[in-house]
Design a protein around this ligand. Sequence first.
Ligand code: N2P
Length: 409
Amino acid sequence: MKRENTSNRRTFLKTTGALGVGMTVGLAGCTGGGNDGGGTDGTTTSEATTTGTTDGGGSSKGDAAVREKWGLPELDYEVEDEINVFQWTDYWPSGTVEIFEQAYGVTANVSNYASNEEMFNKLKAGGTGQFDLIFPSDYMVNIMQDQGFLQQLDLSKVPNFDNLEQRWIDEAPYDPDPGRWSVPYQWGTSGVGWNAEMTPDIEYPFSWDVMWDEQYEGQMTMLNDMRETIGAALKRLGYSINTTDEAKIEEAKQLLIEQKPLLQTYSSVSRDAALQNQQASPVHLWSGDAFSAYWATYEDGSSPIGYRVPTEGDVVWVDTGAITKEAANPNAAYAFITFFLNAKINAKISNYVYYPTPNKAAKEYVDDAALNNPAIYPPDDVMKKLEFIKNVGQATTYYSKAWTEIQNA
Ligand code: N2P
């Protein structure tokens, strides 16, 4: 869990140039799930406050004062009493969901997952109606739309859709035409973090070789994530993260099988805590977790935590809100998307998770130092070395097979 209410946030952000991103920045039978603890244990349920009048449609439910406080729009459609949300572990500060519940008079049941494949497999096994709102990453939007798991969005129910930066509206190659199936939530990069107290000799620039270095045996972790982790091995080999060449995926598999005895574990959750508590270093992780650890250990102007994208490059991703095909509470899901697109809410989330926001209206409320930090918002030359994971169609079976063999090795 990340730390909140950071009194020295501005100082921290101004001095994190050193943390820089270095380069500094149809799922045919989708397996590769894996649940490393983030899947079900983060479930929270809380009661909504339902106040106000009930004399018609629109935002008649909920607390108008809460909506006003956050600048949340009135809705011109009736919202159901409940919503079932499936979200990544630790992806908003505590209290966020309660604001939604109060504002719109909806009870939110939230469950968590730790990888796209885990989320996909849960919906595949139990039906899409288990959840109304999910948060697939780019490539998973494409896969889920292809498999009929999503419903096309009616943007007339998302009055603040234009809060997004134009680039995230225009450039959504993963979101199948025609129409719109997903709404960007947060984006970020993947790379390697370390704690200098544990590994004082690690200095950027480094290649992916660092995660195969025998001197770190037993203290390294890789993401418990099929495409991310096979992707890292592909990058080390100089290949694209989206290769469909079975022989290259096989090579990456062999590399990961060689690496496995050196690892403590595969995990995608609590990586910030693992770094800051000196439980693991170096660590393959998502950028925001490294920043959370940096802050948590920040003292007297510095922190032992570093984060870089290795020289060969890695992943840039965008996570999105999407409504399931069989959602029982679609309007509540539209209300929730409207909620997270709200400038103050989105900034509150971004200032907690330390991921860049795709929301131009939110930027007014995001710490300036974060906005100007190339480690958080990678410049163009860094972006050029990063790839979005793509839906590789039938080749996904090569990844799934390789990932299963890695798990079993
Ligand atoms: C949530 C991190 C999700 C980022 N803690 C992976 N796309």
